[in-house]
Design a protein around this ligand. Structure first.
Ligand code: HEM
Length: 162
């Protein structure tokens, strides 16, 4: 894989690239589930969980609002909504953008636990919920970057509690 290739977190799986037929009209999942309010709620609920999470909260800036906007813009774009994310931020390149943080299994699972709670609360059809969750789960797995490949886990696994 070359450095310029998008990570699987950015790539739309073939199955989902096909437009959805909704009320006899072709639309994106973004339109089919109701657009921005749905993604706004997803991100609000997710960050409400992050705000109290001892593992994740230290990774984020004190003001969570800008991070909420970035995640919402990304997800809206991914699901066929406005391309504001790339207009403002360029190509997502999520793996590259996450190298600033040590994303291990612990961080991934904490992130996914808040996302699962938020996705579960969405008022959307089950197939849309399943597609959204499938993407988030696969993306989270693809963004784990710690310990680095070839690294010595004994030196990076956290404090020695033995
Ligand atoms: C696996 C666990 C993850 C952790 C611990 C994590 C952590 C973070 C942190 C600390 C930031 C900086 C917040 C900001 O200022 O924007 C961030 C940004 C971001 N994350 Fe994650 N993240 C994870 C997974 C994901 C996943 C699965 C996605 C997408 C489905 C995602 C999408 C984004 C986006 C779009 C940004 C903003 C990037 C930018 O434009 O700068 N993250 N993440």
């Amino acid at each position: 894989m070359t450095a310029s290739r998008p990570s699987s977190a950015d790539r739309q799986p073939d199955r989902l690239q096909r437009p959805l037929v909704h009320d006899g009209r072709v639309s994106s999942l973004y339109d089919a589930v109701g657009g921005e309010p749905v993604f706004r709620q997803l991100v609000e609920d997710f960050y409400a969980g992050v705000a109290d999470d001892p593992v994740l909260r230290p990774l984020y800036e004190e003001d969570l609002e800008p991070a909420k906007v970035r995640l919402r813009m990304f997800l809206e774009q991914y699901w066929g909504g406005p391309t504001t994310y790339s207009d403002q931020r360029g190509h997502p390149r999520l793996r590259m953008r996450h190298v600033a943080w040590q994303v291990g299994i612990r961080e991934r699972d904490a992130w996914l636990s808040h996302m699962l709670a938020a996705v579960t609360r969405l008022d959307v059809p089950d197939d849309a919920r399943a597609a959204i969750w499938d993407h988030l789960e696969r993306a989270a797995h693809s963004l784990v970057n710690w310990p680095p490949p070839g690294g010595d886990p004994s030196t990076v696994a956290g404090p020695d509690l033995s």
